[in-house]
Design a protein around this ligand. Structure first.
Ligand code: AMP
Length: 384
């Protein structure tokens, strides 16, 4: 790459019933570019509501946006399997590969593909780039990515720790190095993405070496409605003794578990309110949630050997000071502490550990769309 990537980029993040979009212009690597437009189209395909399907929604959207001089379109794609370790300019072969990964991400990849198909049809001369949630984790050592299950079975069925939220972990760990005034290659960071979905990542010198989500986004930390780690025997137990089908157990663990399953609220703000009002179920949900984070921090500390920073991001990580304090309580022996004053105040990228602490504890707001735009321009500038 000779010149810094400059241009106008449309970022599309297509979910099953929504499309989040941002239009950027300018130099994305130097000043972060400018958000020209952006928003959220919701209730796609719902009765009596929004657009009939992704095609209708995108057609309408692209008619409204000023797409003159568009350099590229960047698409968020959840699952890139083992093939995609970097943002990739989309052609028919890439589309077929994303389609082939649908069994591994049945909720996400079809919606991502719908966006790609329509955008390619409407903007046939504009390069389109797929930015994968899994790509950042393709650097996981084999021992981190391998499940201890019969190798013949895991290999035949693609059972592997793929990891997710990669765009966020990459962005936030890079920003953390900048916040510390250090070279990305020189720092070890534990990133904690705590939003509706939640995952932890150990980043050594810019490379993901451990992450809590696995084959799917169900594993790892406690989430809004997902259980995170459980004993897999719970699944057999429920099937044999509660007469639940695989689909019912899938629904239970993905939609009726986590904070919601524990106390009836999946929004951390509501959990915190109820806990403050003395609700024991909310207090337990909070404790289960924070304890899981503590356990992952300890595990990743051991794997990294040296930790320069621990960084909180996403809705809960950026806003819930009580979660940050509880998750990192009593870790002074590991050089980890949170300053109550710094934790309670401030906004934007900041350090919340006491002055001179061995491990910097940081808050870095994530910006997945901006990172997708940057990666899109880089992929286009690298393409032959
Ligand atoms: P995200 O997926 O990153 O948008 O995060 C969404 C979650 O962030 C919501 O479910 C809330 O539980 C949480 N959240 C947002 N704002 C706050 C806040 N001020 N305090 C605590 N939690 C918050």
């Amino acid at each position: 790459m000779t010149a810094p990537p400059t241009g106008r980029v449309l970022v599309l993040n297509c979910g099953s019933s929504s499309i989040k979009y941002r239009l950027y212009d300018g130099d994305l690597t130097v000043d972060g570019g400018r958000v020209v437009d952006g928003g959220l189209v919701e209730r796609i395909g719902e009765e009596g509501g929004g657009p009939a399907d992704h095609a209708a929604a995108l057609q309408d959207l692209m008619g409204r946006l000023d797409l003159g001089e568009l350099t590229a379109v960047g698409h968020r794609v959840v699952h890139g399997g083992l093939r995609f370790s970097a943002p990739t300019v989309i052609d028919d072969d890439v589309v077929a590969a994303i389609e082939a990964l649908v069994p591994l991400a049945p909720l996400h990849n079809p919606a991502n593909l719908a966006g790609i198909t329509v955008a390619r049809r409407l903007l046939p001369d504009t390069p389109q780039v797929a930015v994968f949630d899994t790509a950042f984790h393709r650097t996981l050592p084999e021992a981190a990515a391998t499940y201890a299950i019969d190798r013949a079975v895991t290999q035949e069925y693609g059972i592997h720790r793929y990891g997710f939220h990669g765009t966020s972990h990459a962005y936030v760990s890079r920003r953390t190095a900048a916040l510390l005034g250090r070279a990305y290659e020189d720092v070890n960071v534990i990133t904690l993405h705590l939003g509706n979905g939640a995952s932890a990542c150990a980043v050594a010198g810019g490379r993901s070496v451990a992450t809590s989500m696995g084959l799917s986004p169900l594993e790892g930390l406690v989430m809004g409605t997902r259980s995170g780690d459980i004993d897999p025997a719970i699944v057999f137990h429920l099937q044999r003794n509660a007469g639940m089908s695989v689909d019912e157990i899938d629904h239970l663990l993905n939609h009726r578990s986590g904070l919601f399953g524990l106390c009836g609220a999946n929004d951390m703000r509501e959990v915190l309110r109820r806990r403050a009002a003395g609700d024991p179920a909310a207090a337990l949900a909070f404790d289960v949630y924070c304890r899981r984070i503590t356990a992952y921090v300890g595990a990743y500390y051991a794997l990294l050997g040296r930790v320069d920073a621990i960084t909180f991001t996403a809705g809960i990580g950026e806003n819930a000071a009580d979660v940050r304090a509880a998750a990192l309580a009593n870790l002074e022996r590991l050089g980890i502490a949170v300053s109550p004053e710094r934790n309670a105040t401030g906004a934007g990228e900041r350090i919340i550990s006491p002055e001179g602490a061995e491990v910097a504890v940081c808050v870095v707001p994530t910006d997945e769309e901006r990172e997708i735009a940057t990666q899109t321009l880089l992929a286009v500038s690298r393409a032959p």
